[in-house]
Design a protein around this ligand. Structure first.
Ligand SMILES: NC(=O)c1ccc[n+]([C@@H]2O[C@H](COP(=O)([O-])OP(=O)(O)OC[C@H]3O[C@@H](n4cnc5c(N)ncnc54)[C@H](OP(=O)(O)O)[C@@H]3O)[C@@H](O)[C@H]2O)c1
Length: 252
């Protein structure tokens, strides 16, 4: 079996570090041209674009304003003249204890929902409208184990945003399939990236390792191959599915 993504233009959001960067590397290794979205990591995104080649380029957007997702999408289409796969990967994991004031709590709730779900919704909307007018395409949503299992007590917004993402993906799969649009969820458990720094600092590795069936914490590189496989078209008849990558810390 050979995966050849040459000629495909793939937008990966939050692509300059964490789980996003290995996704970019693996997609590019298979020949894809990757639109490497970033918010703050401008240098990282530029370096990654040079490293992976295939005319991959960095694209900036602050997705805490979900509408910026539409401008990002059209920027990519203008640049390359085609669009094949969207990977909704940008996300934040903001601790928000329920003892905080309602104003503090709502700031984090709104930011989490805006970036994790609002921007993913806007980008998906632009993508399905484009795919409908063209030959179809694929959307891969990086959700979380939290969407299915629920999350820890201080992370209501995160779990809600990822649950929303699953519902979004399933709706796209069910309603746009006849337009040749496929939509998938990848649901990681704990992965060692900056997003979980605060949680690990507070609780230590031990509490996380205690949840896993395997002997090592999942690495960002462990998520990327599934994304490539879904992007390739080899999994199209699994549209609407959610694939768990959580070291059996939650088996459903
Ligand atoms: N690590 C885990 O344990 C875990 C588990 C399950 C699911 N996930 C999901 O995996 C995805 C990637 O997370 P990660 O673990 O790789 O963490 P990460 O390294 O912190 O990556 C998060 C990405 O989101 C982007 N981002 C944050 N705020 C943004 C904003 N306002 N506008 C646009 N982009 C923004 C960041 O871009 P810049 O750095 O350029 O600002 C960054 O690249 C997230 O959706 C996360 O929820 C992670």
């Amino acid at each position: 079996m050979k995966i050849d993504l040459s000629g495909n233009v793939i937008l990966v959001t939050g692509a300059a570090g964490g789980i996003g960067a290995p996704i970019v590397r693996h997609l590019a290794e298979c020949g894809a041209t990757v639109a490497i979205h970033y918010n703050q990591k401008a240098e990282g995104a530029k370096r990654l674009a040079v490293e992976v080649g295939n005319d991959s380029k960095p694209f900036h957007a602050d997705l805490s304003q979900p509408k910026n997702g539409a401008a990002l999408f059209h920027d990519v289409v203008r640049t390359y003249g085609r669009f094949d796969v969207l990977v909704n990967n940008s996300g934040v994991y903001l601790r928000s204890p329920n003892e905080e004031s309602i104003d503090e709590w709502l700031v984090k709730w709104d930011k989490t929902i805006a970036i994790n779900l609002g921007a993913a919704g806007v980008l998906s909307r632009e993508a399905v409208n484009y795919f409908k007018q063209h030959k179809g395409g694929r959307i891969i949503h990086i959700a979380s184990r939290a969407a299915f299992r629920g999350d820890y007590e201080d992370y209501f917004a995160y779990a809600a945003s990822k649950g929303g993402m699953v519902a979004l993906s399933r709706t796209i799969a069910r309603t746009y399939g006849k337009h040749n649009v496929k939509s998938f969820v990848v649901a990681p458990g704990f992965v060692r990236t900056p997003i979980v720094d605060e949680y690990i600092r507070e609780h230590g590795d031990g509490s996380i390792m205690g949840e896993l069936a395997l002997n090592e914490l999942t690495k960002p590189e462990d998520v990327a191959p599934t994304v490539v496989f879904l992007a390739s078209g080899l999994m199209d008849h699994a549209t609407g599915c959610a694939i768990d990558i959580n070291a059996a810390s939650y088996v459903r």
